[in-house]
Design a protein around this ligand. Structure first.
Ligand code: ZN
Length: 289
């Protein structure tokens, strides 16, 4: 009995201390710190623009068309007639900007994406939709219109021919949530691809402007868009380099932050990926270690 009383006295004292601390913090925050200091507290959460060069960007894109018969067969099955051209427009042109758009979020918003990885971020599916909204708006404004048309036909075709993994039970957003919040975010092409193609289709339906899409990504600073079109006669492996450098140059011209890029080109349609890495990781990738 004696022991129990002592214990509950101790707990009561700890409880009172915690309450006093809580009230104290509230009082300090509300009455002692002025508006300026509170603003400063918020500021510490924003990205440090001075230190962005410490976080280069890493991107993996499907830049090569069907290195093996197996991948060619797979691409033909997914993309249908004229698969090679549709594949090239989707992966070597559209999707390069999709991956760079995740970089806009990393370097220009307060989402702390410099320290995190979209694949393992529970709300990642929401960013994917916003990234597709932007990438579609971007190519509609700056790209060749026949490629935009082919892109739209491609996602419409794929969505209507791929098996719906939800059997019509979930919306794209609900399915995205389920994928990202599962224990295994490394899903198959039939799952992840179905989400992405539907998300691009949705972006066409939403039909946002570049300005609206940038705001939705969380960019709050004033940007000044340019009007220069980006035209590429032929879409092949070599165009990815140009799309990367032209697009990053555009972002910078608008006043957005971006950093150096380390890219990996592969031929696997299921592996497209991007994230900010540390300077150390960047140096070791560059030196091939
Ligand atoms: Zn993405």
């Amino acid at each position: 009995m004696e022991e129990n009383n002592k214990k509950s006295n101790k707990l009561a004292i700890i409880g009172i201390i915690l309450i006093v601390l809580g009230v104290g913090l509230f009082v300090v925050n509300k009455f002692v710190l002025g508006e300026d200091e509170k603003e400063e507290q918020k500021e510490t959460k924003t990205i440090d623009e001075q230190n962005l060069e410490l976080y280069p960007y890493y991107i993996v894109v499907t830049a090569r068309y069907g290195a093996t018969q197996e991948t060619k067969d797979f691409i033909n099955k997914i993309f249908g007639d004229n698969a090679e051209e549709k594949f090239r427009v989707y992966f070597q042109w559209y999707n390069v900007v999709h991956e760079l758009t995740h970089g806009i979020v990393a370097y220009n918003t307060n989402t702390n994406m410099l320290e995190r990885d979209i694949k393992y971020t529970k709300e990642g599916y929401l960013e994917e939709q916003k990234v597709n909204d932007f990438a579609v708006a971007y190519w509609k404004k700056y790209g060749d219109q026949e490629k935009v048309k082919l892109l739209k036909e491609t996602v419409d075709y794929i969505v209507s021919n791929m098996k719906d993994p939800t059997d019509g039970k979930l919306t794209i957003e609900e399915y995205g949530k389920q994928l990202w919040q599962s224990d295994n975010p490394d899903s198959t092409f039939e799952e992840y691809g179905w989400f992405q193609f539907n998300s691009v289709k949705m972006a066409f339906e939403k039909d946002l402007t570049v300005e609206q899409a940038l705001k939705n990504l969380g960019v709050t600073k004033e940007v000044k868009l340019d009007e220069e079109k980006l035209s590429y006669d032929k879409i092949d492996e070599t165009v990815c380099d140009k799309v990367i450098s032209d697009t990053v140059a555009k972002f910078k011209k608008w006043g957005l932050n971006f950093t150096e890029i380390y890219h990996v080109y592969n031929d696997d349609p299921n592996t497209n990926y991007s994230k900010a890495i540390t300077k150390g990781q960047y140096e070791s990738l560059k030196s091939g270690n």
